[in-house]
Design a binder for this molecule. Structure first.
Ligand code: ADE
Length: 226
């Protein structure tokens, strides 16, 4: 899978995408992530990518031209399945969107900044709009990093033990059951006996029961989703 991220702050993406599972997935050739600085596409001699809004509101607006030129250059090289714009008024990101994006070959993610982007970009170039929640961040870079992280870890082979992506919280609309590691007794805080019993079937049942119990207690809304 190839992901092209368009931003005015490429350095904000370096660290979240440059370590751990995402880096390993890229090193293994499972994902290719390219970050493009929109200023490189500016025709302005000061590399400006924003301007004052028509109608005289406060704040600057990201201009069409650098975004259009960058997207056009990418589209000349290959077809894209989606051009995603990260914005607080997009569809709320969740595991099911992550699952569907992980099946795509090529996507572009556009990070917004300033007061907003010229609305014509959204009308003519963007195919999908995603929010990571009902709060406003300073730009779309951290949201883009969240989406890329959630998507890339789902690519087969990205996580060592593939079972572990399947047993994630939300994957079946259930929260994950608790996990424990050694020591079995720490300051008298004990691991549930069942996990030490060696009885695989009973342990599997215990995990299901725990997942259901935690979901009922913490996120009952998930149980009514299909
Ligand atoms: N840009 C700023 N805030 C955002 C959010 N909550 N989700 C996606 N993009 C954003």
């Amino acid at each position: 899978m190839r992901i092209d991220i368009l931003t005015v702050l490429p350095e904000m993406l370096e660290s979240p995408l440059g370590c751990s599972i995402i880096k390993r997935a890229c090193d293994k050739g499972l994902a290719e992530i390219h970050v493009h600085n929109l200023r490189d596409y500016s025709t302005n001699r000061h590399r400006k990518v924003d301007d004052y809004p028509f109608g005289g509101e406060a704040g600057m607006v990201m201009q069409i031209q650098p975004v259009d030129d960058c997207i056009s250059a990418l589209k000349k090289e290959r077809d894209y399945d989606e051009v995603i714009f990260m914005t607080p008024d997009g569809a709320t990101f969740n595991q099911s969107i992550a699952n569907s994006l992980s099946l795509l070959d090529n996507i572009i993610i556009l990070c917004g900044h300033y007061k907003g982007i010229d609305y014509r970009i959204r009308e003519h170039l963007v195919t999908r709009e995603i929010s990571i929640g009902d709060y406003v961040l300073t730009g779309g870079e951290l949201p883009a990093a969240c989406v890329v992280d959630a998507v890339v870890r789902l690519i087969p082979g990205a996580i060592g033990d593939e079972q572990s992506a399947l047993s994630d919280s939300f994957q079946d609309n259930l929260l994950a059951p608790p996990v424990y590691t050694r020591p079995a007794d720490y300051k008298g805080w004990k691991v549930p006996d069942i996990l030490l019993s060696g009885h695989e079937a009973k342990i599997a049942q215990w995990r299901i029961d725990q997942a259901l119990e935690r979901t009922r207690a913490l996120r009952p809304d998930l149980l009514t989703k299909n």
